[in-house]
Design a protein around this ligand. Structure first.
Ligand code: GTP
Ligand code: MG
Length: 226
């Protein structure tokens, strides 16, 4: 299950040979294009027709930031309109959030405030990026001002999952912000998590050094003892 992977980042780090692991979540009403944006970024593709995401989809992606290998867990979920809010575990240990609305549907923009409130209840300080999707349907919308992001002091992007406009930029910015947040956050629980991860890393490194020493120290067979 996806949740298990989120709870065992140290195993993932080894498996993917990564230095750091970050979790990025996506929020927004149903059908605003969350899954399509991920599809566009991760697969560089876009299939026009697709069912809603059923529950939770977890995508793994590795990249390099400042010379370090970063494993990114992208969490995509579905049908928020149907559920109104997300399960707390969705927010758990997230390092950045991409909030999406559909420029063609006003209600999805108005609901940004609700999503943002819920996000802040769980993750008061993580970077949040606001994304206005589907600009390909009517380029004139980019002349309009959507003040929600500005009011909250959040970065804002006009994008299109359909033709790819700004998609890579949003995701790259989100990854950089997530890594930066993870390394420098002053949120108390994050600091505790960071200490724990460092402690586990040190222990693992200690163990593997000891294993190597033990291998070297294996008694050599005495000549003629066989
Ligand atoms: N024109 C246009 N249509 C888009 C764009 N992005 C998504 N769509 C369409 O919008 C619909 C919903 O996209 P999804 O990515 O499934 O939306 P979602 O936010 O993941 O929806 P849920 O999984 O139900 O929460 C699909 O029919 C897409 O083809 C876009 O950039 N432009
Ligand atoms: Mg979806």
């Amino acid at each position: 299950m996806a949740g298990d992977a989120g709870e065992l980042p140290e195993l993932d780090l080894e498996k993917y040979d990564a230095d750091e692991c970050v979790k990025i979540i996506c929020l927004g009403d149903s059908a605003v294009g969350k899954s399509k944006l991920m599809e566009r970024f991760l697969m560089d593709g876009y299939r026009p027709q697709q069912l809603s995401t059923y529950a939770l989809t977890l995508y793994k992606y590795t990249t390099t930031v400042n010379g370090k290998t970063i494993l990114v867990d992208f969490w995509d979920t579905a049908g928020q309109e149907r559920f109104q809010s997300m399960h707390p575990s969705y927010y758990h240990k997230a390092h950045a959030c991409i909030m999406v609305f559909d420029v063609q549907r006003k209600i999805t923009y108005r609901n940004m405030a609700n999503w943002y409130k819920e996000l802040r209840d769980y993750r008061p300080e993580i970077p949040c990026l606001v994304v206005a999707n589907k600009i390909d349907a009517d380029m004139k919308v980019t002349q309009r001002s959507f003040n929600f992001a500005k009011k909250q002091g959040l970065p804002f992007y006009f994008v299109s999952a359909a033709d790819g406009t700004n998609v890579v930029k949003v995701f790259k910015d989100a990854i950089h912000r997530a890594v930066n947040y993870k390394q420098n956050s002053s949120d108390f629980m994050d600091e505790v998590m960071r200490e724990l991860e460092n402690f586990e890393l040190e222990q693992r490194e200690g163990n593997s050094e000891r294993d190597e020493e033990e291998e070297e120290e294996e008694p050599k067979e005495k000549p003629g003892s066989a």
